[in-house]
Design a binder for this molecule. Sequence first.
Ligand SMILES: Nc1nc2c(ncn2[C@@H]2O[C@H](COP(=O)(O)OP(=O)(O)OP(=O)(O)O)[C@@H](O)[C@H]2O)c(=O)[nH]1
Ligand SMILES: [Mg+2]
Length: 237
Amino acid sequence: MAETLVILPTYNEIENLESVIGRIRQWAPVADVLIVDDASPDGTGELADRLAADDPGITVMHRAGKAGLGRTYLAGFDYALGRDYRFVVEIDADGSHDPAELPRMLELADAGADVVIGSRWSSGGSVRNWPWIRQAISRAGNGYARTVLRSRIHDITAGYRIYATDALRSLELGSISSQGYCFQIELAWRLERSGKKIVEHPIMFSERAAGRSKMHAGIVLEALVRVTLWGLVRTKD
Ligand SMILES: Nc1nc2c(ncn2[C@@H]2O[C@H](COP(=O)(O)OP(=O)(O)OP(=O)(O)O)[C@@H](O)[C@H]2O)c(=O)[nH]1
Ligand SMILES: [Mg+2]
């Protein structure tokens, strides 16, 4: 069995799936891949099955319906933790995260980082073709979370990451309730607070290649409310 599992969440990514899988296979050829599809109406799940039929390193998990990114990753983590993988990769299927960064990020994980974050906002990181409003929301959200949570992480909402599975095991994953990119904030913050080693690796983030974003105002609001509440609890510590 491979020591790394790449978890690829998909919802209506039929135009992007084949190319991102090809690039993951190119840059992390010995990793296993788990596609977690939430019954995408556009047929992404069926395409995933066809790709898996040709490649023993690819497994597909079909879930009943759209449950959000948090639930999707928790199901993927559950799969990984039951199988002795050392590292778990989170990566979007929409072309925003370049699999060419995987070798370097895996090196950092192998060198002892508990979490490697593919970071847009640390020195050397960048974004390409992202509308100014999305950049503004991401920058403001990260600035707010850094201040309120007293975090040192520059891109705490980032969705391109590697976790050491031992670090995930140390968390009570069952008690995580955040959805959207608040899920990413909650995981990173819990690990940072418990003294885990977090390393940011600068990446260039590109606007999705094709298809539609699943971002909506509720996702931003959830993060705002939860981060504020965590911050209030934190000040009492
Ligand atoms: N299985 C599953 N995958 C999801 C769900 N929501 C989003 N995804 C996938 O998670 C990844 C990130 O979603 P995006 O729509 O790109 O969201 P985002 O990156 O915050 O938004 P953009 O920056 O606008 O692309 C993509 O691979 C999506 O297909 C969901 O409810 N279930
Ligand atoms: Mg995206």
